[in-house]
Ligand binder design. Structure first.
Ligand code: NAD
Length: 276
């Protein structure tokens, strides 16, 4: 099995199921990213702030996979926002990753109070123009922030990566993203592995499909059109998560999981509208 792909508004494609490496030490990253490649993942989500771009780069270099076969995302950290500092931070990330061109570069957080995200977005537009990065997008952007960068530059982000899981399903933002031609990418898609994976609703659907709770949650993300990047450093779970591609939920399952939404109460991480 290989992951289905989704098409960005710039014509490039992204594997819908990827592998995230937040909170993975640099020396561990090399091993687990290799395991992810072996399990079938071809899309890796890292960030400068994760401190493991070099480890991801070593895994890529030793994988035997060619650049065309893999999809790598990294993110610009908050302290590097601003036009010139973004161009510099990008090259430093590329050195650590050891890549010629990047598939996707994201502004990690909007940081509304810093008021630098428009200049930062202009730098990403320049990097795409120069061919250093194939696609550009954002993470943790509100509707207002998205509208603002679109109005200022005329360039629509390819994707908006936000916290999204069944307890916080972001239906309103997903609808807004879709209306602008922006894909939605789910971070902490398993709700960081706590209460969500013990939910009775999820357990029932898992039993029905002879699948695990994590696979059912990943299958829900795929069914509603999200790009999804579950994390695990346990090889059996890395394989299990990739095998979620074989689980197909029906409309009743999707409806039941939609019903688990807790609105703003379900949020785990910071609120991008006020986080600075
Ligand atoms: P996640 O929702 O992917 O949960 C990961 C945890 O779930 C694991 O540590 C483990 O405890 C558990 N788990 C994983 N697979 C399992 C399985 N098969 N069975 C049982 N338990 C399992 O959480 P995450 O790491 O926060 O999010 C995924 C990725 O999203 C990150 O690695 C990172 O790449 C990205 N992310 C981005 C941002 C952002 O601001 N853009 C923020 C957080 C995370």
């Amino acid at each position: 099995t290989s992951s289905p792909t989704l098409t960005f508004n710039d014509g490039n494609t992204i594997p819908q199921l990827g592998y995230g490496v937040w909170q993975v030490e640099d020396d561990v990253a090399e091993k687990v990213v290799r395991q992810a490649f072996e399990a079938g993942f071809r899309h890796i989500d890292t960030a400068k702030i994760y401190g493991n771009e070099a480890g991801v780069g070593r895994a890529i270099a030793s994988s035997g996979l060619s650049a065309e076969d893999i999809f790598i995302t990294t993110k610009l950290w908050n302290a590097d926002q601003g036009y010139e500092s973004t161009l510099e931070a990008f090259e430093a990330s590329m050195d650590r990753l050891g890549l010629e061109t990047l598939d996707l570069y994201l502004i990690h957080w909007q940081q509304p109070k810093q008021e630098k995200y428009v200049d930062t977005w202009k730098a990403l537009i320049e990097l795409k123009k120069r061919g250093r990065v194939k696609s550009i997008g954002v993470s943790n952007f509100t509707k207002e922030g998205l509208q603002h960068i679109i109005d200022e530059t005329g360039v629509v982000p390819a994707i908006n990566q936000v916290e999204l899981h069944p307890f916080f399903n972001q239906s309103e933002l997903r609808e807004f993203n879709a209306s602008k031609g922006i894909l939605t990418q789910a971070w902490s898609p398993l709700g960081q592995g706590g209460e969500l994976l013990e939910s009775a609703t999820i357990a029932e659907i898992a039993a029905k499909h002879d699948a695990t709770p994590a696979q059912v949650v990943i299958a829900w993300h795929l069914a509603i059109g999200n790009v999804v990047i579950p994390k695990s450093v346990t090889e059996s779970r890395i394989r299990e998560n990739f095998a979620a591609l074989d689980v197909t939920l029906d409309a009743t399952d999707v409806e039941a999981i939609n019903g688990l939404d807790r609105g703003a109460e379900g949020r785990i991480g910071p609120d991008p509208a006020v986080s600075d």
